[in-house]
Design a protein around this ligand. Sequence first.
Ligand SMILES: Nc1ncnc2c1ncn2[C@@H]1O[C@H](COP(=O)(O)OP(=O)(O)OP(=O)(O)O)[C@@H](O)[C@H]1O
Ligand SMILES: [Mg+2]
Length: 235
Amino acid sequence: MERIKTYIDRLDEQLEGGIPKGTVSLICGTPGCMKSSVAYSILYNNAVKEHLRGLYVTFEQEIASLKQQMERLGMAEATDNLTIVDHAMIDQTVGVDMRFELNSIKKAKTYLTDLPDREDYDLLVIDPLNALYTLTTIKNPRKEIYRFFTELRQLNMTSFIISEIHQGDNRFGKYGVEDFLSDAIIHLDYRREKDILERYIGIVKMRYTNHNLQYYPLFYNRTGFTIYTKEEMEF
Ligand SMILES: Nc1ncnc2c1ncn2[C@@H]1O[C@H](COP(=O)(O)OP(=O)(O)OP(=O)(O)O)[C@@H](O)[C@H]1O
Ligand SMILES: [Mg+2]
């Protein structure tokens, strides 16, 4: 099975080499736990090092702000393999007439399936999925989400869907179906150790992959994200 490297140092070896190609992963977590940074870093590293083409759809954060944030994290190399679009660009592409007839989930679906160079993209990020729920009224969210995930899988891209959750939530998506529909759940979390917040990353599920269920401490340095395993910390 072909896999996409996360480029999170030492995580890929815990995932039989990376995330199965063509799957849909949920990257979920509370505010500020680096969901966007982790997702961007996967696309950025694959663009620069593997020449894989990525499409990053940002619904809430402005493109300039996202770019600036990622540059500050050291992801500044210019690459033609990474395209960022926002909802205004999607509205423009899908068309004004359609905009009032389609809810946001359908609009995103139309945009992605009609992309003229869709075949050329390898990786996709939707940041965040929750924005699609709030921009317009969705009559039957569970049905729409099911259709959305089905179509994402048919796009032949490896997709990362960002899901915003709140501290203490015991599900990984707003409607309680996203986690069942996705192939993988990558959970970013905080834990307070005395007076210090520590970041963690856990692989809650990953189909086709023999992974363990540790929550790994997650760090960022100028070369990228890195984790430590329980065995390494005990050593
Ligand atoms: N060099 C760094 N090392 C570690 N953490 C950093 C660094 N620079 C910024 N951060 C942290 O990254 C966080 C923001 O990351 P990011 O935007 O990826 O999170 P997010 O989960 O997408 O947030 P949101 O919920 O607002 O969308 C900031 O809160 C800041 O604490
Ligand atoms: Mg974000």
